[in-house]
Design a binder for this molecule. Structure first.
Ligand code: CTP
Length: 406
């Protein structure tokens, strides 16, 4: 929870009803360890008071380019020089148009124009009515701002304050926070296409019941987020879990092992890294009933015949060995004892360059974990940490191994 420690963020507010979300965003930035300097336009101050933003950021808010608190009377220079990033949230249609033309007739636009363009990234979180968002002028401005180096964070969709429904809502504070944190992560996976399986699978006995396990999917989802933060394009094939999709990750939901295999094989041709974190059910009922199996009153228990599921990781790895061999495959081993010995055996059996071992009971459902990395060169421990921390370390380790193959 300190992903922004040591970062100084200038949070700009332009005029829009989404200003109410900027208060929560400010709190979230502070909780993550950032210092926050709020700058507001005159229009923003119509929607939320500088007093609120000062109380939340613990710093006086700047609203005017003529602010005499600055000894040189140049807040546009002073505020932008110390920033690690400027985030304008909400960014109104009018403010985007202003930025596009390099206009500088109030403090926020003046500061954006005056920022050192190479070292202070500018992130924009648009917020407007759906017609304003869809208008060719706005779309044109957005494309040009992007070409000029701004990061446009996209918009949400849904019910709008005006009563209409569509695209143009400002992203939620948690989404903006995730994007900002991602900006500061090293880009060790830039240009890579990462494919990840996550969660349990569910093998139907009948339409109501099935065979599954306790995997929460948290490690796989954390890896998807870490890979995307590291600059990769990420596809996540997820079994039945109730987790939010990490920002910018393409998610394919599946239920059974066979569906997970099919979805994975569809994606393999474009992937460069495959990480199998899913706890795939080893067996499935041989002949699932189409109707619910009923008790017949005799106390007799239905016989359940199981057949083995396909091994997704082994199938992919085998295909790679027979084909181009450019896909870097990583497996997970969830064990209850003799972790390193089992992991070494799996490395050989599955024919892959890296296995990540963990003790199942100390990992499933928890937010933290500890890992051992087993490859042909030896064993490396990643001590107990949050799953997101471990995921970032593991992504860096995978990137390092891809640069220097065994
Ligand atoms: N895996 C897979 N498909 C399966 C079973 C496992 O893709 N049907 C992958 C898992 O995602 C994990 C690795 O293989 O990356 C190891 O899974 P695990 O169940 O721990 O090992 P198994 O090979 O099934 O061996 P065992 O059950 O004997 O421990």
């Amino acid at each position: 929870m300190n992903d922004l420690a040591g970062k100084h963020i200038v949070l700009g507010l332009s005029g829009g009803i989404a200003c109410y979300k900027a208060a929560e965003l400010c709190r979230a930035l502070i909780k993550e360890g950032a210092t926050v300097q709020v700058v507001m336009t005159e229009a923003a101050a119509q929607f939320i008071t500088p007093v609120t933003m000062q109380a939340l950021s613990n710093r006086p808010v700047y609203t005017s380019q003529w602010d005499s608190r600055e000894p040189n009377n140049m807040p546009h220079i002073n505020l932008s020089r110390g920033a690690d990033a400027i985030l304008v949230a909400p960014c109104s249609a009018d403010f985007m148009a202003k930025l596009l033309h390099g206009r500088a007739d109030d403090l926020l636009s003046l500061m954006c124009l005056a920022r050192p363009i190479e070292s202070v990234p500018l992130l924009l979180a648009p917020a407007m009515n759906r017609e304003m968002w869809a208008h060719p002028a706005t779309q044109r401005n957005m494309a040009q701002l992007s070409a000029d180096g701004a990061h446009i964070l996209g918009v949400g969709s849904g019910f709008q304050a005006c009563g209409e429904t569509g695209d143009g809502r400002m992203l939620e504070p948690a989404e903006l926070l995730e994007d900002l944190i991602a900006l500061f992560q090293p880009k060790a996976m830039a240009g890579q296409q990462v494919l990840i399986t996550a969660g349990p699978t569910f093998e139907a006995i009948d339409p109501i019941r099935g065979v599954t396990n306790h995997s929460s999917g948290k490690m796989g989802f954390a890896l998807a987020r870490a890979a995307r933060e590291a600059g990769a394009d990420v596809t996540l094939v997820a079994g039945p879990v109730s987790l939010a999709t990490p920002r910018g990750v393409q998610r394919i939901d599946v239920t059974s092992a066979q569906q997970m295999l099919d979805a994975t094989l569809d994606q393999v041709p474009t992937a460069s890294v495959f990480i199998a974190t899913a706890a795939v059910a080893d067996w499935r009922p041989a002949a699932p009933s189409e109707q619910k199996i009923k008790k017949d009153g005799t106390g007799q228990v239905p016989a359940l015949t199981l057949v083995e599921n396909p091994d997704i990781l082994a199938t992919v790895a085998r295909g790679e060995r027979a084909g181009s061999g450019r896909l870097f495959c990583v497996g997970f081993a969830a064990e209850s004892q003799d972790l390193v010995a089992h992991a070494k055996a799996k490395l050989a059996r599955k024919g892959i360059p890296l296995i990540v071992g963990n003790i199942g009971a100390e990992a499933f459902g928890r937010d933290d974990n500890q890992l051992v990395l087993v490859d042909p060169h030896g064993v490396q421990e990643l001590p107990r940490a949050s799953k997101l921390d471990l995921a970032r370390q593991l992504i860096a380790e995978i990137a390092r191994r891809m640069r220097t193959p065994a």
